[in-house]
Design a protein around this ligand. Sequence first.
Ligand SMILES: Cc1ncc(COP(=O)(O)O)c(C=O)c1O
Length: 327
Amino acid sequence: MGLPSFKILGASWATYQAICAHLGEEPKPWRNITELAANLAHLKPFPLAPATDENHGRAVSFMARLLGFDARIFVPAGMASARIKAMEAEGATVTVVDGDYDDAVARSGEEASDHCLVVSDTSWEGYETIPAQVVEGYTTIFREIDEAIDASGLPHPDMVVVPMGVGAFMAAAVTHYRSGERRPTIVGVEPLDANCIQESAIAGKLAHVPGPHKSIMVGLNCGLPSMIAWPRLSSGVDWFVSVDDTAARQAMRDLADSAVAAGETGGAALAGAQALLTDPEGEDALVDRANSTVLLLITEGATDPGAFKEIVGRSHDSVGRVLTSAH
Ligand SMILES: Cc1ncc(COP(=O)(O)O)c(C=O)c1O
């Protein structure tokens, strides 16, 4: 779909479910998106309004464009213009809120009405159904990973490392890996100054880590865990790791050397795994290291190509290319 993150899996499923709830039934039968859009044309412009760090908003804007709806996106102050332009390119109206991600979420919540659907990936008191459907949508990724592993004959992971913002994606990981027979160690990774899930785990209840959150891992710059994700995070995650931007940049370079062009947020899982496995405290996180498999969720491509070039030293589209000429 040309979208550089996994967020469309949650945005598409939750948007569709929310439209069904709004209609009080499934739309008329449809075979493809064009038919679905035609069946929903009477709802137009029916704006979809998420708050976003970018990736979720971009995914919702994409859904809105497919369905012929408007998209109104609320973003925190200081978001890179390349990221804003990417959302505008999907046809969204982007409003910069004077504040951080949590302020943008609060602002988007004010849009909710019979004529505007708030499709947020985080939850708060009284706003729980749609974020739960976002989590459901994300679980697709873990089923696909299982299928790919089965098809390849590779071993299933002993450890799974997941980047965490509000924790919706991790809630999907916990749902998947704590319901089957295989029980890998689950590791969650956050930026050092936005580690609200780690702080919540220490406090034993939801904790707020006030901003401004300045990490380059912008997808993870959240000060408050999602309320509906929290019970799964507190019971299902084995290790909480916080990393700084130096580690995030190094992870991007290491991934590029392995032919993966990951954005700043995308590299967080590798940074977290390295931090945990080199820390004496993490000594028993993986018992038999030589024979273990670690699954890293690299959740984002190069969302800010200029920053990628600066950090990695070459452009993202040269990463992974095999040179066949003699140069
Ligand atoms: C690329 C990327 N990875 C991971 C996450 C974390 O997801 P969650 O906020 O559900 O924890 C985000 C959230 O925006 C993201 O954009």
